[in-house]
Ligand binder design. Structure first.
Ligand SMILES: *[C@@H]1O[C@H](CO)[C@@H](O)[C@H](O)[C@H]1NC(C)=O
Ligand SMILES: *[C@@H]1O[C@H](CO)[C@@H](O)[C@H](O)[C@H]1NC(C)=O
Length: 221
């Protein structure tokens, strides 16, 4: 073995070793909520729209340049004539209902200043109650139902939302812009699915409610 070859082998070894270390160190700082998850491909059929039953969709929803815009008024009708729920215009992720495993929703959301008392994202279904997770905007802040603060000052800017539901572990975790903001126990397994848009809270709602969503993705483990 000539010495330049040996030198080369040693250098390569050192380089490889330090690259691995850089990855380890960076991994700790730049861990992404989607690490270790597999993307579930979506088609148009996975996006079911719910809106006040007595008006056409285009009066409460638009899709332009990749942005879903959904809005609703406090005195709108529910999504079905038989329902007594609050008004909503929502995307219901369809065809991917789950009752076990680890699932993740990702989307970039935007809530205009003025929208308040509106659920902008949720996990529908649970053993106890109708929902596992409700994320509402009140005066620009995001709350878990009307309670715990999840994130502040979200008006008029795009934010990245990731929700991880570990059904077997019984937890839901919320990330804003890649940062873990909130974790809670879920409400037991059930027929579970993700939704986003605007759904009026029981109280303290603004007359006009709007949220926008783009790059919606579903992942699983
Ligand atoms: C939202 O609008 C109100 C009323 O116009 C204004 O006072 C407030 O500063 C705005 N908030 C943000 C975050 O822009
Ligand atoms: C509505 O807002 C009032 C005043 O901020 C507050 O006291 C009340 O608890 C709120 N109601 C609900 C259901 O959030």
């Amino acid at each position: 073995m000539n010495s330049s070859y040996t030198h080369h082998v040693i250098l390569s070894f050192i380089l490889l070793f330090s690259l691995e270390n850089i990855e380890l160190v960076c991994g700790a700082f730049f861990a992404d909520p989607t690490d270790g998850f597999t993307l579930v491909p979506l088609t148009k059929a996975n996006f079911e729209l719910q809106k006040p039953y007595d008006i056409p969709l285009e009066q409460r929803y638009s899709f332009k340049d990749g942005v879903h815009r959904l809005w609703v008024y406090a005195d709108d009708k529910p999504h079905s004539p038989n329902s007594h729920t609050q008004p909503r215009t929502e995307i219901r992720i369809n065809g991917l209902d789950y009752n076990s495993g680890v699932w993740q929703f990702e989307g970039y959301g935007f809530v205009p200043n003025g929208t308040s008392g509106a659920t902008v994202a949720q996990i529908h279904g649970a053993s106890h109650g109708a929902t596992t997770l409700i994320l509402r905007i009140y005066n620009g802040d995001m709350r878990y139902y009307s309670r715990d603060l999840v994130a502040k000052n979200l008006y008029d800017k795009w934010f990245r939302l990731n929700i991880i539901h570990d059904v077997n572990g019984g937890t839901v975790t919320v990330f804003i812009d890649g940062e873990k903001k909130f974790q809670a126990n879920d409400h037991g397994p059930g027929d579970l699915y993700f939704k986003c848009g605007v759904y009026a809270a029981p109280a303290n709602i603004s007359y006009y409610m709007e949220s926008r969503w783009r790059d919606i993705k579903i992942f699983r483990k």
